[in-house]
Write a protein that binds this ligand. Structure first.
Ligand code: GLN
Length: 189
């Protein structure tokens, strides 16, 4: 089996590289035809969630992927990917952009400002370990995690890693650092 990496837009190549380092087979999911290929995991990369959501919807991929996630397919969603997974957006962000909406969290987009929005942090992730490097790029913040979602890490009090069953949502970009532990966690789900 393989991991499908959504490759409509954004930072997907780095995820493929990290997963290859762990010996995982990947392919790029670009069109509805790709949904017929055999895969049992999904990566939703960072990028621009509004663009990604619209493309997903136009291509008719949102519904089929949502069904597979609800049926229990493991997902690693980073940054814009986390926004696509969130069931709720902060009121000022919610412009009705189509999303997968399978994770019981409320997310605020560009939560650290648009200009000074990029920074690096190191934090402990529950079940993963200490000193996990975290690169934030115009990142979202999880403002509320519902009872189904479990917060795995916080930076300055903000939830930045959330897990709901086999869905793993990260506000940062683990694929941009050399630490493979979060991709390892994803492959273990
Ligand atoms: N700011 C982007 C959004 O709102 C996310 C940024 C990222 O994925 N690095 O979609």
């Amino acid at each position: 089996m393989a991991t499908a990496v959504l490759a409509l837009q954004g930072a997907f190549a780095e995820h493929e590289a990290r997963l290859a380092e762990l010996g995982e087979k990947t392919f790029e999911l670009r069109s509805p035809e790709d949904l017929a290929r055999s895969f049992d995991r999904l990566v939703l990369p960072g990028g621009e969630s509004t663009v990604q959501g619209r493309l997903h919807e136009e291509l008719g991929m949102l519904g089929p992927l949502r069904e597979r996630i609800v049926d229990g397919m493991p997902v690693l969603a980073t940054c814009a990917g986390l926004i696509l997974l969130a069931q709720r957006l902060a009121a000022h962000d919610d412009k009705g952009t189509p999303r997968l909406a399978t994770m019981d969290v409320t997310v605020e987009r560009n939560a650290y400002g648009r200009q000074l929005g990029s920074f690096h942090a190191v934090a402990e992730v529950a079940g993963v370990g200490r000193d996990v490097p975290m690169t934030f790029i115009r990142a979202p913040r999880v403002v509320d995690a519902g009872p189904k979602a479990q917060v795995l890490a916080r930076v300055n009090g903000d939830a930045v890693a959330v897990r709901q069953g086999v869905q793993l949502g990260l506000a940062f970009h683990p694929e941009l650092d050399q630490d493979l532990r979060l991709h390892q966690l994803f492959l273990s789900l």
